[in-house]
Design a binder for this molecule. Structure first.
Ligand code: NAD
Length: 500
C-alpha cells in the first residue's frame, strides 16, 4: 500500500505549491524550515522543500542504525536481492511519475530522461543485486610448520550507515548508482539530494515502502551544503562511510569532515574532459559523438567534453560541422519531442557559465557559434537558458581550457602529433574521462593507455557497462565504484583464517 503522506502530495488548491518532505524511517516528515525550488525553465516556484535541521538528520541516522540491527540486518542475500528487484520494478511501474518529477526539477528534455535517467535509475538496483549475488570472495590454502595447514576465506560485511551526497545533473541516476550497491551490500543509507533536485529521491521513498523494504533502510534529508543538511550529515559521527558526487571543492570539504572519525570516502568529482580527434577518424561518428559529449544535458555531464583537440588537417572541416550541429540544437520545452536541449539548472549556475562566456570573449576567443543567451518565447524568457557555444583561438593555458564550466560549450584546438596531444590532454588538474576518435587500432590503444583518466572511450562516448570501474584520476576523484569495485567500498572485507 502507498503511504498516506505522499512526496508528490499537491495541495488541494490549484494555486498552492506542492511540498517535498524528508523521508525518515519510512515516513514523510517536515523540517523546521522550508526552501523554494524553482523551475529552470521559467524560474517559477514549483515546490516548497523541507530543510532538514540537525534534528532530522540525527533522526535519519538513528533510524538507519536501528534498521541495520532490525529485520534488514538479518536478511539473507537472496531476500535483499528480491527486495532490490522489487524496488527496480517499482520505479518502472511508476516510470511516468519519476519522469515528470525529474523533468520538472531539471528542465531536461523528456526524451533524454526517458531514455537515460529513469531506466538507469531502475537498472542500478538490478545490476548491483546481481553483482552481490554472483561475485565470490577469495580463498587461500596455506602450509603450516606442523604440516596440517590452514585455510583463509574472505567475508563481506556491510560498513553500516552510508551518507550519500548527490549532485543535480543526473539526480535519480547518480543517487541510485550509490544507493543500489549500498543496499545490495546490506548497508542502510541517508541520502542528501541536491537542493536543486529533491523530487525523485523523495518519490523513491514511496517505492521503497511499497516494495516492503523495512523502515529506516532508505532515508532522505533535504537541504543545502555548508551550515546545512549536507554538513550536518557528513559531520555526523553515526555515519560510517560517505559517498559523494559533485564538485572537487565540495569533495575536499567532505574529505575533511570524514577525517573526523577516520571514515572512508568515495569521491566522484569534476572534470575537464578532452576529446581527441585524429584525421583518420570516422568523421560522422566523431561529429555525432562530440556533439553529444559537449551538449547532452545542456553540457551538465561530468563526463562531458569541454576541450576538443582536432588533428590539423581535419580542423576547419570539423569546426564547421560542429558549428552546424550546435546551430541545429533545438532549445525548448521538455515535453516537445523536437527539443534537444533544456536550460541550465538554475540562474546561479547560468551566471557562472555566462561568466566564462564573457571571459572567453575578453581573452579574444573566436566565437564560432553561440556565446550568449538565446531569445526564448513567453515565460521561458525567465529561465536559465544559454546558447550552445563553440570557441577556437585560445590555448591550453586559458581558463577556458583549464576550469570546469559545466555548460554547453567547448574550446576546439588544433594539434599536430600524437605525442603532443597526449601531453596537452594530460596537462590539466582533472582526469575523469576522454574520448579518442581514430580508425588506427594501435594508436587508439596507445593513446587510451597514455591519457591520465579513469575512463577512456575509443570511438564512443557515455557507453556504460555498469560492471566496469567508474571514477576519476587526479582531482576528478578518489576511489572507484561500479560492479565489484562498489562492493569494495560498501563492504568491510574480513579474512577468516582457520588452522586445520
Ligand atoms: P556540488 O559540489 O555543488 O554539490 C553536490 C552536493 O554536495 C549537493 O547535494 C550539495 O548540497 C552538497 N554539498 C555542498 N557543499 C557541501 C558541504 N560542505 N558538505 C556536505 N555537502 C555539501 O556539485 P553540483 O553543482 O551539485 O554538481 C556538479 C558537479 O558535480 C560538477 O563539478 C560535476 O563535474 C560533478 N559531477 C561529477 C560526477 C562524477 O561521477 N565524477 C558526476 C556528476 C557530476
Amino acid at each position: 500500500t502507498e503511504p498516506q503522506a505522499s512526496a508528490q502530495a499537491a495541495s488541494s488548491s490549484a494555486t498552492a505549491v506542492k511540498q517535498i518532505k524528508n523521508f525518515i524511517n519510512g515516513q514523510y516528515v517536515a523540517g523546521q524550515q522550508w526552501f523554494d525550488k524553482r523551475s529552470p525553465q521559467n524560474n517559477a516556484v514549483i515546490a516548497r522543500v523541507a530543510e532538514a535541521s540537525r534534528a532530522e538528520v540525527d533522526a535519519a541516522v538513528v533510524a538507519a542504525h536501528a534498521a541495520l540491527h532490525g529485520p534488514w540486518g538479518r536478511m539473507t542475500i537472496a531476500q535483499r536481492v528480491d527486495l532490490l528487484y522489487a524496488v527496480a520494478d517499482g520505479i518502472t511501474r511508476r516510470f511516468d511519475d519519476f519522469l515528470a518529477a525529474e523533468v520538472e526539477d531539471t528542465g531536461k528534455p523528456m526524451s533524454l530522461a526517458r531514455h537515460v535517467d529513469i531506466p538507469r535509475g531502475a537498472a542500478n538496483f538490478k545490476i548491483f543485486a546481481d553483482v552481490v549475488k554472483n561475485v565470490p570472495t577469495e580463498f587461500f590454502e596455506m602450509p603450516t610448520p606442523d604440516g596440517t595447514g590452514a585455510i583463509n576465506y574472505a567475508m563481506r560485511r556491510p560498513v553500516g550507515v552510508v551518507g550519500v551526497i548527490c549532485p543535480w545533473n543526473l539526480p535519480l541516476l547518480l543517487m541510485t548508482w550509490k544507493v543500489g550497491p549500498a543496499l545490495a551490500c546490506g548497508n542502510t543509507v541517508v541520502v542528501k539530494p541536491s537542493e536543486e533536485t529533491p523530487q525523485t529521491a523523495a518519490l523513491l521513498g514511496e517505492v521503497v515502502n511499497a516494495a516492503g523494504v523495512p523502515p529506516g533502510v532508505y532515508n532522505v534529508v533535504h537541504g543545502f551544503g555548508p551550515n546545512s543538511t549536507g554538513e550536518f550529515l557528513t559531520t555526523h559521527r553515526g555515519v560510517n562511510a560517505i559517498t559523494f558526487t559533485g564538485e572537487t571543492r565540495t569533495g575536499a570539504a567532505i574529505m575533511k569532515a570524514a577525517a573526523d572519525g577516520a571514515r572512508p570516502v568515495s569521491l566522484e568529482m569534476g572534470g575537464k574532459n578532452a576529446a581527441i580527434v585524429f584525421a583518420d577518424c570516422d568523421f560522422n561518428a566523431a561529429i555525432e559523438g562530440t556533439l553529444r559529449s559537449c551538449f547532452a544535458n545542456c553540457g551538465q555531464v561530468c563526463l562531458g567534453t569541454e576541450r576538443v583537440y582536432v588533428e590539423r588537417p581535419l580542423f576547419d572541416r570539423f569546426v564547421a560541422a560542429l558549428k552546424k550541429g550546435a546551430e541545429t540544437m533545438q532549445l525548448g520545452r521538455p515535453e516537445d519531442p523536437a527539443t534537444s536541449m533544456g536550460p541550465l539548472i538554475s540562474q546561479e549556475h547560468r551566471d557562472k557559465v555566462l561568466s566564462y562566456y564573457k571571459k572567453a570573449k575578453e581573452l579574444g576567443a573566436t566565437i564560432v557559434t553561440g556565446g550568449g543567451i538565446p531569445d526564448m518565447p513567453g515565460d521561458l524568457k525567465n529561465g536559465a537558458w544559454v546558447q550552445p557555444t563553440i570557441w577556437t583561438g585560445l590555448g591550453d593555458d586559458s581558463v577556458i581550457a583549464r576550469e570546469e564550466i559545466f555548460g554547453p560549450c567547448a574550446l576546439v584546438m588544433p594539434f599536430d602529433t600524437e605525442e603532443e596531444v597526449i601531453r596537452r590532454a594530460n596537462d590539466n588538474d582533472y582526469g575523469l574521462a576522454t574520448a579518442i576518435w581514430t580508425t588506427n587500432l594501435s594508436r587508439a590503444h596507445r593513446v587510451a593507455a597514455a591519457i591520465d583518466v579513469g575512463i577512456a572511450w575509443v570511438n564512443s562516448w557515455f557507453l556504460r557497462d555498469l560492471r566496469t570501474s567508474f571514477g576519476g584520476a587526479k582531482q576528478s576523484g578518489i576511489g572507484r565504484e561500479g560492479g565489484v569495485h562498489s562492493l569494495d567500498f560498501y563492504t568491510e572485507l574480513k579474512n577468516v583464517c582457520v588452522k586445520l
